[in-house]
Design a protein around this ligand. Structure first.
Ligand SMILES: O=C(O)CCC(=O)C(=O)O
Length: 259
């Protein structure tokens, strides 16, 4: 099934789909670079911010590693592509686009619940940001079919109040579905069926998840968290108090568009 690219929009639905803007060479190089990062080979000498999978761990579980863009030049080149920055600015009606965080979510053929990413909205992990001006671009680095565990968005959930009990790391999606169904009966869910090089964007308030990859090839997403000129920092105490100070360092948090 092909998605009608203009059918969804960021404001009403909380997500949208963009056509391919990256060349096959750019996506292939980034994919090779991410595989290196996954295997602890850091071309730039910089380590990722956080690893949730190590070589030797379950080969059928979801692999998530934070800030791979600082570890590999091809990954850096992908996310800092000028056309990408311009298109994100157009879609979000922004004067500037800064990448402040990223992840690779690499999903090999899954077994059991190990490939699941639970329902969540990104803002629940970001107490140091306001909701406005915060978005995520998901760049497909493989073809994503309905069987490969695509990201699924709940239409309009960017307008919902918080739903307790939702979490990326909770792989029991059946139990999360029960909670969601109690509160929101008539949901419409859209899957991001993307070709390599295509992109989805969602707001930080949009609930999304993904289930296991039943294809034999990996499903690969380069997840780019970006802020616009409308985003504002919130002062927080404790372990997050200084987390966002790193956005002053453009070699960690590149500005990819300024009007
Ligand atoms: O790639 C996935 O399955 C989950 C991605 C995700 O949670 C995100 O893009 O914010």
């Amino acid at each position: 099934m092909t998605i009608k690219k203009n059918k969804y929009n960021l404001i009403n639905d909380g997500f949208c789909f963009l056509p391919k803007i990256f060349s096959d060479e750019e996506t292939l190089n980034a994919r090779i670079g991410l595989w290196d990062v996954i295997n602890c080979k850091y071309e730039t000498g910089s380590k990722p911010e956080n690893r949730f999978w190590e070589p030797g761990d379950n080969p059928n579980s979801i692999i998530k590693i934070d800030k791979p863009h600082i570890c590999n030049k091809s990954v850096w080149d992908l996310v800092t592509n000028k056309t990408f920055g311009r298109i994100l600015a157009k879609e979000t009606d922004a004067k500037s686009i800064q990448i402040w965080h990223s992840q690779v979510v690499w999903k090999p053929h899954s077994k059991g619940e190990k490939g699941n990413a639970g329902w969540h909205r990104d803002s629940q992990y970001w107490p140091f940001w306001t909701n406005e001006g915060l978005f995520t671009a998901w760049i497909a680095l493989s073809n994503v079919s309905s069987k490969s565990g695509p990201v699924r968005f709940i239409c309009g959930s960017n307008h919902w109040d918080n739903v307790e009990g939702m979490d990326f790391f909770n792989q029991n999606i059946d139990s999360q579905n029960k909670t969601l169904n109690r509160i929101h009966k008539n949901k419409k869910i859209a899957s991001a069926l993307l070709k390599t090089g295509e992109i989805s964007i969602h707001s930080s308030q949009t609930y999304h998840s993904s289930i296991g990859n039943k294809e034999k090839d990996p499903r690969i997403g380069m997840v780019v968290h970006f802020c616009t000129d409308k985003a504002k920092r919130i002062k927080t105490k404790g372990e997050n108090a200084t987390y966002l100070d790193q956005i002053k360092n453009l070699s960690i948090a590149p500005m990819i568009y300024e009007s």
